[in-house]
Design a protein around this ligand. Structure first.
Ligand code: SF4
Length: 103
């Protein structure tokens, strides 16, 4: 009987671990919010056409995350990782003041 309980316990631990891993993966893919403190400080906008031109006069309409050096999302994806926002995704059509044109 005790070994059966132990087996059940071990299965619960294994399942719990899987759930935690899945939760971590899901949160790793969370989108950056324009309201996140770092996003606000960098003027991040999920839509490059909505960037405040007065605040960021160097911004150009053609600049967006998908053609930024720091964006590592797959081509044609709607979002992807950016090294400025570790563990989160930025919109492919987004922009922030740390933009660096892809070489
Ligand atoms: S650094 Fe580049 S990829 Fe990252 S949010 Fe800013 S513009 Fe987008």
């Amino acid at each position: 009987m005790k070994s059966a309980n132990r087996r059940v316990f071990m299965m619960q631990v294994a399942l719990g671990g899987s759930a935690l891993t899945a939760a971590a993966a899901a949160s790793a893919q969370a989108m950056v919010s324009e309201k996140d403190a770092q996003a606000v400080s960098l003027g991040y906008a999920a839509d490059t056409t909505k960037v405040d031109a007065k605040k960021f006069p160097k911004h150009a309409a053609a600049q967006k995350c998908s053609n930024c050096q720091l964006y590592t999302g797959a081509a044609n994806s709607k979002s992807g990782p950016c090294s400025i926002f570790p563990g989160k995704q930025v919109a492919a059509n987004g922009w922030c003041s740390a933009y660096v044109k892809k070489a």
